[in-house]
Design a protein around this ligand. Structure first.
Ligand code: ATP
Ligand code: MG
Length: 345
């Protein structure tokens, strides 16, 4: 029942009760007829007046309640507008403030959800595109070999190109799996598997995986290790993935015949890995964005570098899991330095 009707009903009930009592009193001769009718008249008049004054003074309350109810319905349609109540009683004002806080929180969550959905569909679209490119290239090359378009002498070169495309596909798949694992595990990131890492053995394994790509671009990699740093306590797998991404970028975004400098030192309770290249560099405006998911600088500039803009995003997340920091410094046109800083435990 509506509040308004409840108010009218309560006044009506009190009038009926008075009329019954007075009627009973008259019939038992406790009251004269005149006094009885007078009391009934006054009671009815008082209740009518009470109803009018009550309805009038509660009009703002009724109005505020209506407004709250309408606003709640609007939220169902994802319109997160706050409510403003004028002249409403204090309790309703408090309710409206709580309501507004809830609306603001809902609006934030909704925006975050929408953004993450958008990001996900961008990611799927981008990866779909990136995966299609090497597959199409491999398919065309296989067809060309089958049709005899490629001469025997060119086959080695074609196989090399196909190997490159397969490499690209496998790196994409790896990144995709990495992202899926990382984002599934959020907000609790996968636990670190800390272990004692012997730096010389670790570096040997890491750097040997770059033999092929460095030789292909005739690039050199020089290594400088602070003799103080022999071991470190960290998650070896995560450290390997971060450094792999950084060295891969250093090679990919540098021209042939350049050098990549890997330096490891202990400074103020931190182990710092710096990867310096003599490559194309990164404009100041892009330096923070490159850590965003799917961000690539001037995508069309260099299609043969063929990346998906995930490497640094993954590296940054892994660095955070290792409680470290990843920073970039770059001189556009002359090269970049990426610094990975890990706590020395
Ligand atoms: N050493 C570097 N020198 C110049 N630009 C770089 C360097 N490292 C990264 N970048 C820029 O930052 C962007 C993002 O790098 P990121 O490693 O995240 O993605 P990617 O290399 O494009 O693709 P992938 O996911 O295969 O690593 C690159 O596209 C490139 O424009
Ligand atoms: Mg990369």
């Amino acid at each position: 029942m509506k509040l308004r009707n409840m108010l009218i009903l309560s006044f009506l009930t009190s009038s009926i009760v008075v009329v019954l009592i007075v009627w009973f009193s008259i019939s038992k001769m406790y009251l004269t007829d005149y006094d009885g009718y007078l009391i009934i008249g006054i009671t009815i008049l008082a209740n009518i007046l009470g109803t009018i004054i009550g309805l009038f003074s509660l009009r703002n309350t009724f109005h505020s309640l209506d407004k709250l109810s309408k606003q709640t319905k609007v939220i169902k349609e994802n319109q997160f507008t706050e409510i403003q109540l004028e002249h409403a009683p204090k309790e309703l004002q408090t309710l409206a403030d709580d309501f507004n806080e809830m609306v603001a929180a809902l609006a934030d969550s909704f925006t975050a959800l929408e953004k993450s959905e958008q990001d996900k569909s961008n990611l799927v679209a981008q990866l779909g595109h990136d995966i299609k490119t090497p597959i199409t290239a491999i398919k065309n090359q296989i067809e060309a070999i089958q049709d005899g378009v490629i001469s025997k002498e060119e086959i080695d070169q074609t196989l090399d190109q196909m190997a490159f495309q397969v490499e690209r596909l496998s790196s994409l798949t790896k990144q995709l799996m990495e992202i899926t694992i990382m984002e599934k595990a959020l907000p609790q990131s996968p636990a670190n598997q800390e272990q004692k890492v012997w730096l010389d053995q670790f570096l040997l394994k890491l750097l040997s995986s770059f033999d092929y790509i460095l030789r292909k671009k005739q690039q050199k990699l020089t290594l400088q290790v602070d003799p103080k740093v022999k071991t470190l306590m960290t998650d070896e797998g995560k450290l390997n993935r971060i450094l792999t991404n950084l060295i891969e970028n250093a090679s990919k975004y540098s021209p042939v015949n350049t050098t990549i400098y890997l330096k490891i030192e202990a400074v103020n309770g931190q182990i710092i890995f710096s990867i310096k290249d003599e490559g194309i560099g990164i404009k100041t405006i892009d330096q923070q964005k490159i850590f965003d998911r799917l961000y690539r600088v001037e995508k069309s500039r260099n299609p043969e570098t063929g990346g998906s803009g995930l490497g640094l995003y993954i590296s940054k997340s892994l660095t955070e899991q290792l409680k470290g920091e990843l920073k970039v410094e770059s001189d556009y046109g002359n090269g970049s330095i990426f610094r990975l800083m890990l706590p020395e435990i």
